[in-house]
Design a protein around this ligand. Structure first.
Ligand SMILES: Cc1cc2nc3c(=O)[nH]c(=O)nc-3n(C[C@H](O)[C@H](O)[C@H](O)COP(=O)(O)OP(=O)(O)OC[C@H]3O[C@@H](n4cnc5c(N)ncnc54)[C@H](O)[C@@H]3O)c2cc1C
Length: 464
């Protein structure tokens, strides 16, 4: 709990209108997309690096937690203030500061919404590939917090592959820059990439330098339709064997398609067991060449039909259906638990089978959505947190799912982070020594456990 006077101190730092304390306001910042909720004691909206620094210095002095927050669209509990204290809302940091066409970089503030940034760089013929399906709401600061991915990772990689440098306020309030505009940079420890994916636990990002690349000349969207999900899963290796890396390779099973069609009908084939939604980009000639090889790979894996989007509108319609998939599934249940287990690409067919078997074993409704090209599976567990008996089965499903992913050489999370949702599994992947190495970094940078406590580390969850 705050000592008396903290609210007044916060108001002195950011101004009285930028400290929210009424119960109605606080409740709006008590949740994200997960079932976790916790009320903060105050929400502050800083608008400068100096204000962020002053808030963190006060937090260390008065020992209250601070949870950075972008759009709160994360899927692992990252922005819920699970130990109360202050939510630091970063939406005022909303400017694209520079698009440097000579160095192919952009300098941007963390509260900028990703789709807005995409439009700004694409207007100059440039390209920033990371594209979490939440791009119309999520912020670059949140993307960095989670190390977000998205469909285009198959060819282009994730957020971490584009971040060159960060202005960061450390938990003690000191301001540092990591990295720079240079393509090469091996000076000292790579703090930039330590911070990407650190879930707001090691510093508050206040400026970001990202790498840009030229916007591809052409792109094409294809929809491959399968009677058996196994064949769709096998197509991933078949495409890679032809030395093709499509921009995206997304899998939707029938249950997902049914919910998408009920929400945003685009004519997905509901008599099929699965579809692959693919995009290829490059020069006009290269796109044509790759499209014919991709079609050949799909048909060799028994795709019953491969459709090509005939126009930009048709392609956008298919992608907007894909992007709406989580919302479509969420409409069908009280609680949606979105898993993120990821396996090496070669294990995709086996893992898809295991997910189906586990859903049947635990009597759960689990539509499947996958960035199949990355081996990144999103089993969507449709449940109701009020049903205690079902939640026990949901937990058992998750336990077996993560065991299976790790046994196949995979990881707990491909792009959604650990947060509170997966903290109890971290030691399964890294062992006690691996978790302790991470915790040692946290303790060194944040000895008072000010920044986003209760995330990533299970033994930090006490009191949640
Ligand atoms: C419909 C839907 C589709 C999605 N699709 C994808 C997808 O395809 N791929 C994917 O990877 N994710 C996806 N997500 C998850 C989510 O959108 C991403 O994790 C996103 O990057 C979160 O951004 P945000 O602005 O909402 O951040 P928040 O959820 O507010 O925060 C995320 C984390 O970053 C920290 N943080 C925020 N700002 C800062 C800052 N300035 N400095 C330090 N830490 C900070 C927070 O403390 C928190 O730990 C999806 C979510 C939804 C709801």
């Amino acid at each position: 709990m705050f000592t008396p006077g903290v609210i007044d101190e916060l108001k002195k730092i950011v101004g009285k209108d930028d400290v929210l304390t009424s119960p109605e306001e606080l409740v709006c910042y008590s949740y994200d997309t997960t079932p976790f909720t916790h009320l903060p004691q105050a929400v502050v909206l800083p608008e400068s690096t100096q204000e962020v620094s002053a808030i963190l210095k006060l937090a260390n002095q008065e020992k209250f937690p601070v949870t950075p927050r972008g759009a709160s669209s994360n899927l692992s509990g990252g922005s819920v203030p699970v130990q109360g204290g202050v939510v630091m809302l970063m939406v005022r940091f909303n400017r694209v500061l520079e698009i440097d066409e000579e160095n192919l970089t952009a300098t941007v503030e963390p509260g900028v919404v990703l789709a807005q940034f995409h439009r700004a760089v694409e207007a100059r013929g440039l390209f920033y590939p990371p594209d979490p399906a939440s791009l119309s709401i999520s912020t670059l600061g949140g993307n960095i917090g989670e190390g977000s991915g998205g469909p285009r990772c198959f060819k282009y990689g994730t957020t971490k592959d584009y971040v060159l440098g960060l202005e960061v306020v450390l938990p003690n309030g000191e301001v540092i820059w990591t990295g720079s505009k240079t393509v090469k940079n091996v000076s000292g420890y790579d703090l930039t990439h330590l911070l990407v994916g650190s879930e707001g636990t090691l510093g508050v990002v206040t400026k970001i330098i990202v790498k840009l690349i030229p916007l591809p000349e052409a792109k094409m969207t294809l929809l491959a339709i399968y009677d058996h999900i196994d064949d769709a899963a096998k197509t991933v290796s078949s495409i890679v064997a032809r030395r093709i890396i499509p921009t995206t390779l997304e899998l939707l099973d029938r249950a997902t398609m049914e919910l998408v069609e009920a929400y945003k009908p685009v004519g997905l084939p509901l008599d099929a067991e699965a579809v692959l939604l693919l995009e290829i980009d490059g020069s006009e000639a290269e796109v044509k060449r790759q499209a014919s090889l991709v079609e050949e790979a799909c048909r060799s894996c028994k795709a019953r039909e491969v459709q090509v989007a005939k126009s930009k509108e048709e392609s956008e319609q298919l992608w907007s259906a894909r992007r709406s998939a989580l919302a479509a599934v969420a409409r069908g249940c009280v609680t949606l638990v979105i898993e993120d287990a990821t396996v090496p690409r070669s294990a995709v067919p086996q893992f898809v089978r295991i997910i189906g078997e586990l859903a049947r074993k635990h009597h759960l409704r689990v539509p499947l959505l996958a960035h199949a090209g990355d081996g990144n599976m999103h089993p969507l567990v449709m449940t109701d947190f009020r049903d205690q008996e079902e939640m026990v089965r949901v937990d058992a499903f998750a336990d077996e799912l993560f065991r299976a992913a790790l046994d196949l050489g995979g990881t707990l999370s491909g792009e959604h982070g650990i947060g509170t949702l997966k903290a109890k599994y971290l030691a399964w992947q890294f062992g006690p020594a691996g978790v302790e190495a991470m915790h040692a970094i946290k303790r060194a940078l944040d000895p008072n456990n000010i920044l986003n406590p209760g995330k990533i580390f299970a033994n930090d969850l006490e009191g949640v």
